[in-house]
Design a protein around this ligand. Structure first.
Ligand SMILES: Cc1cc2nc3c(=O)[nH]c(=O)nc-3n(C[C@H](O)[C@H](O)[C@H](O)COP(=O)(O)OP(=O)(O)OC[C@H]3O[C@@H](n4cnc5c(N)ncnc54)[C@H](O)[C@@H]3O)c2cc1C
Length: 377
């Protein structure tokens, strides 16, 4: 390849989406990943991620999620594989909590299809749930899950089919913007490009130390449990769910491909860690935290822990993304879509980052994701 036009640093959910977008637009693009594609040290590994349109965290996400859904469908057509599985999503909790009112606040102004069920009606629809009578459920019929590992592979394939170059096992040590481009120093040499997209996830603050980004990298844990009747938790009978209770906010997926029923506690212990050296072992306390709601609210899924995995969140101080050009260096774009919920957005974040690095503009509203918001505080 002659000098790449754009280098993408990091090939998790975000970087793979950016690379795919760029390559399919005919841009000469190179993707650099310090480990291998699909590795388990960052944020994007594991088989599945939740997709939902009404996001209790922020009603303003809905237009981006609608576009993300279109792009997920495009990727499915491109790779000939189902990647976004619709099961419905049930969000359960006290009517005065954070989850249920937040979901309703996002669904109503955007006319998103949803139903509100009381505990009895929920029990009739999904008998596996045993929730307190005072709880209510918001059901979004178009919620579901993403086949995350397959999606990552599909994007990498689509990017290379369109001419992108991928280098794995290579770590970018420094990013130096030049007058007309950017120079990357890696542990194998130097790469010159016209521009770069930094999609380094938990390593973002480390690779751009001068920005003093207010990021917290936290250790999370996901577990898969053995239900007493796998059929009752199958994706055609049981939804993706979020559950707010005295144990915190947990999220889970139907029984998956002999792995079991997935459940995790949002934020887990909120423990800040070093992405280069955190505890990968699963402790009894980890298991207790993710198992906590099963005995009370999903007793049929409270079986053996079949598998568990740590993973990282990269949280900004306002819990939303950073998608922006570097101050003074518009040829370098930061794309950080984590804050615990970035996978579902990754196609649209990829589109935005590709727009910004190649044209300096995007039709999407990126004002909430600008870097300047941190210096204004
Ligand atoms: C347990 C868990 C559950 C989640 N559930 C959901 C969910 O249900 N729905 C949802 O939408 N989102 C979910 N998320 C969030 C989502 O998975 C993340 O937002 C998303 O995967 C972030 O992707 P990323 O590409 O930004 O980061 P990463 O996947 O970490 O990718 C960054 C990449 O950059 C590479 N890199 C870093 N520095 C360098 C360097 N110097 N040189 C070369 N390469 C480098 C890293 O090795 C890494 O591969 C979850 C996250 C976790 C941890």
């Amino acid at each position: 390849m002659s000098q790449p036009q754009i280098a993408v640093i990091g090939l998790g959910a975000t970087g793979s989406a950016v690379l795919c977008q760029l390559a399919r637009r005919g841009v000469r693009a190179i993707g650099i990943e310090q480990f291998h594609i699909g590795h388990d040290r960052g944020s994007s590994h594991g088989p599945t991620r939740i997709f939902r349109l009404a996001h209790y965290e922020n009603p303003a996400y809905v237009p981006l999620l609608r576009r993300a859904r279109e792009l997920w469908r495009e990727l499915e057509t491109l790779c000939g594989q189902r990647l976004l599985v619709t099961t419905a999503i049930a969000e359960l909790g006290p009517p005065g909590g954070e989850l249920v009112p937040g979901t309703l606040a996002a669904a109503a102004p955007h006319d998103l299809p949803h139903e509100v069920l009381d505990a009895k009606a929920l029990g009739r629809r999904y008998p596996a749930f045993k929730i307190p009578e005072s709880y209510i459920a918001v059901i979004q019929p178009d919620g579901g899950y993403i086949e995350a590992a397959a999606a990552l592979d599909a994007r990498i394939r689509a990017a290379t089919d369109a001419g992108a170059v991928i280098r794995t096992g290579e770590k970018v040590l420094a990013i130096e913007p030049q007058r007309n481009g950017v120079r990357l120093t890696t542990d194998r040499g130097q790469i010159e490009a016209d521009g770069a997209v930094v999609a380094a996830g938990p390593w973002l603050a480390r690779i751009l130390p001068d920005l003093h980004l207010p990021l917290r990298v936290t250790r999370q844990v996901v577990g898969w449990f053995e239900p007493n009747d796998a059929g009752q938790f199958a994706a055609d009978r049981f939804p993706v769910f979020l559950l707010e209770s005295r144990h915190g906010i947990h999220y889970g997926l139907p029984y998956y491909d002999r792995m079991g029923l997935k459940i995790a506690k949002h934020h887990h212990f909120n423990e800040v860690v070093d992405p280069d050296g955190y505890d990968m072992a699963i402790s009894a306390a980890d298991e207790a935290a993710i198992r906590a709601p099963l005995a009370e609210y999903l007793p049929g899924a409270n079986g053996r822990l079949l598998a568990a995995q740590p993973c990282l969140y990269t949280m900004t101080s306002d819990e939303t993304f950073i998608i922006d050009r570097l101050p003074g260096y518009p040829q370098v774009v930061i794309a950080s879509p984590c804050s615990g919920h970035g996978f579902k957005f990754s196609p649209v974040v990829g589109e935005i980052a590709a727009d910004l690095v190649s044209t300096g503009q995007t039709r999407h509203d990126v004002a909430p994701f600008r870097l300047g918001r941190f210096s204004q505080r």
